[in-house]
Design a protein around this ligand. Structure first.
Ligand SMILES: *[C@@H]1O[C@H](CO)[C@@H](O)[C@H](O)[C@H]1NC(C)=O
Ligand SMILES: *[C@@H]1O[C@H](CO)[C@@H](O)[C@H](O)[C@H]1NC(C)=O
Ligand SMILES: *[C@@H]1O[C@H](CO)[C@@H](O)[C@H](O)[C@H]1NC(C)=O
Length: 442
């Protein structure tokens, strides 16, 4: 029952997603969710380079991660940004009011680091805060919006994450767009990552998502991720429970950000790591790894470099997926993806088992029950295991075995073309609006 209700909601979403005039920030960036490496979750505000030179927030850490992104195949898999987070600047601005990178930890300056990242074919991201201070107490941008935007452009920054500590959430409706305007005025294209909605939600203010979409490439809706399965579950629940508000806001150039990937750290099992990656792909989430790439074990690296799941995350339609079923610890999540055949989308479908009763659960469902109605069928394959189910009709019942304790099975179902002899070969190109109307007529 619940399953059918949810599939009905998909139609509502598709209508809202495509009819709702959602035009994002017009800077030509993040047409698919950004991918890269971000220091915060794993390396935090470690500034102690004297005692911990290998792990402190420093020029050396970012150059090392840049090298590994390239040498270990992450860049080839699509990871592109090397992003600095909090704790990079001096506590005081210089005499002319400019931000200064910590002189000991970034002795060559940020331009030199950005140049290095660029020389490896990657892009460089930095962190600031719309407020008097960053969350860790370094200078914020308020009062210096145009100067700081110009500084970032001069350094060659490609991506700015703007946090919201030490600011009034009510001011953000003005402040985030204003800093975005200042970034735009530099004429350097920079991805703009906002924390605007999450601080407003904490303050009991309903975020104005049409404004957020217009001014930010991505934004945080919920808590900072921590190194635990409980944290990942709380994020999955938040996105599922609020999906009617959240999902329609996503699209090329404007994404919901459920926060970093913690795969390869201390808190997730192997199975739970596969689940974070699969659900983040269903959510059309930015894929920002926060892990020590020097020591990550090969099986976790393989998850992060799973091309089939990255392809789902990076699907050009940019439609965020939804939780379509949740009952007794079993969840099904689904996301429409390319190719579209006639009126039918293809889908990625993830089955998650959050039960803790120690043994795999069988989940049996027909493709039709998942909302997959293409009469010509779907080619179905497993995205972690090397299993190709062949072409299945909508009435085929598929059965997957999902391990307990936060494990996942993720499938991809590619709609097959119909080669009916009697069909009129009209070959009208796909138009999302036609598709909506045909979908809703049913
Ligand atoms: C600045 O904004 C204009 C208008 O939205 C847009 O066309 C242009 O590409 C933007 N430039 C940059 C560098 O983001
Ligand atoms: C930021 O600093 C200014 C000037 O000291 C002060 O008036 C304002 O209240 C501060 N804002 C917040 C949110 O603390
Ligand atoms: C939300 O933002 C849009 C676009 O900036 C604006 O037109 C609209 O008035 C805002 N809505 C509210 C309720 O403030």
């Amino acid at each position: 029952m619940a399953l059918w209700k949810s599939v009905g909601l998909w139609t509502v979403c598709v209508v809202l997603c495509l009819l709702g005039k959602i035009s994002g920030l017009d800077n030509g960036l993040a047409l698919t969710p950004p991918m890269g490496w971000l220091a915060w979750e794993r390396f935090r505000c470690n500034t102690d380079c004297k005692n911990d030179p290998d792990n402190c927030i420093s020029d050396r850490l970012f150059r090392t991660m840049t090298d590994i992104l390239v040498s270990e195949g992450y860049a080839a898999a699509g990871y592109e940004y090397i992003n600095v987070d909090d704790c990079w600047p001096e506590r005081e601005r210089d005499a002319r009011g400019r931000l200064v990178p910590d002189r000991e930890r970034f002795p060559y300056g940020m331009k030199s680091l950005a140049d290095y990242v660029h020389s490896k074919g990657l892009k460089f991201g930095i962190y600031e805060d719309y407020g008097n201070f960053t969350c860790a107490g370094y200078p914020g941008v308020v009062g210096h919006l145009s100067g700081d935007a110009a500084t970032f452009a001069a350094w060659g920054v490609d991506y700015v994450k703007l946090d919201g500590c030490y600011a009034l959430p009510a001011d953000m409706d003005f402040g985030y767009p204003e800093f975005g305007r200042q970034l735009n005025l530099t004429n350097r294209q920079m991805v703009y990552s906002c924390s605007w909605p999450v601080y407003q939600i904490y303050a009991g203010i309903q975020p104005n998502f049409s404004s957020i979409i217009e001014h930010c490439n991505l934004w945080r809706n919920f808590d900072d991720i921590q190194d635990s399965w409980a944290s990942v579950e709380s994020i999955i629940d938040y996105y599922g429970n609020h999906q009617d508000v959240i999902v329609p806001n996503a699209g090329p150039g404007h994404w919901n950000d459920p926060d970093m990937l913690i795969i390869g750290n201390f808190g997730l099992s192997y199975e739970q790591s596969k689940t974070q990656f699969a659900i983040w792909a269903i959510l059309a989430a930015p894929l920002l790894m926060s892990v020590d790439l020097r020591t990550i074990r090969p099986e976790y690296k393989a998850i992060l470099q799973n091309r089939k799941i990255i392809d789902v995350d990076q699907d050009p339609l940019g439609i965020q997926g939804r939780r379509i079923y949740k009952h007794r610890g079993i969840e099904i999540w689904s996301r429409p993806i390319l190719p579209i055949q006639g009126q039918y989308y293809s889908y990625a479908v993830a089955f998650v088992n959050r039960r803790t009763d120690g043994t795999p659960s069988d989940v049996a469902v027909t493709l039709r029950e998942l909302g997959l109605n293409n009469p010509a069928g779907y080619r179905v394959e497993d995205l972690y295991e090397d299993v190709d189910y062949g072409v299945l009709s909508p009435q085929t019942k598929i059965k997957v075995k999902v391990n307990p304790s936060g494990s996942v099975v993720i499938l991809r179902a590619d709609a097959q073309p119909s080669f009916a002899f009697n069909s009129i070969p009209t070959r009208t190109p796909y138009s999302p609006l036609n598709d909506v109307f045909r979908l809703t007529k049913k």
